[in-house]
Ligand binder design. Structure first.
Ligand SMILES: [Zn+2]
Length: 209
């Protein structure tokens, strides 16, 4: 089946050093998505990336809350917030994209997580859905109707990006072999796929495309 048409965009979520093996918030096998995504990019005219891009004082970092550790919960922007290790700090090497990820055909990069008061898993909106990165309007303005989501991590930023894409009316696909989960709990990745399927997102592999 040829799902990729003229209105399709590939959305590459947060393939950044801190989310890759050796990084501060490494996703197991996260680097294995890089060659898959590079191959996929050849099929798309429109390629967009998101970049987690936090100020050092970001409220999602355990280090900014005395006595707290990664994995603890606090309230942030009125929401229950899990605390993370310091990651993807603006200007740091950890915030850079994987050096082997081909960036030469990207139309635009949308940065998120810049407001220290709220976390931002989705590439479209912050977790409180108050801040908008402009990604949705941008995609609509260039005629995109179908979005293929890949990148890191499946159970956080990829899931929330795909759910927001679907909620904004885009025909949304998840490419399962081009993503990996954090799996704080062993089944988080599987649950994320189920939640996306129930929301009407189509679950495919790069070989189905
Ligand atoms: Zn982050």
């Amino acid at each position: 089946m040829n799902w990729i048409d003229e209105s399709s965009a590939l959305l590459i979520v947060d393939v950044q050093n801190d989310f890759l093996p050796g990084g501060s918030l490494a996703v197991h096998e996260g680097d294995q998505v890089v060659p898959v995504i590079n191959t996929l990019q050849g099929n798309f005219k429109t390629i967009i990336a998101t970049q987690d891009f936090h100020p050092a004082d970001h409220g999602s970092f355990a280090a900014n809350h005395p006595g707290k550790n990664p994995g603890d919960f606090i309230e942030l922007a009125g929401l229950k917030q899990i605390l993370w290790p310091v990651h993807c700090v603006q200007g740091s090497q950890g915030a850079d994209f994987h050096p082997n990820l081909n960036q030469s055909h990207w139309k635009k990069i949308f940065q998120k997580g810049k407001n220290p008061q709220v976390d931002s898993y989705s590439g479209f909106f912050d977790n409180a859905r108050r801040g908008d990165t402009g990604l949705g309007n941008y995609l609509k303005s260039i005629g995109v109707r179908r979005i293929f989501v890949c990148g890191l991590a499946l159970d956080y930023c990829v899931k929330f990006t795909a759910l927001d894409a679907k909620s904004l009316g885009f025909d949304t696909f998840l490419i399962t072999d081009a993503t990996r989960a954090v799996n704080l709990q062993p089944k988080d990745g599987e649950s994320a796929i189920e939640e996306m399927r129930e929301a009407g997102i189509r679950i495919v592999t790069s070989k189905n495309l």
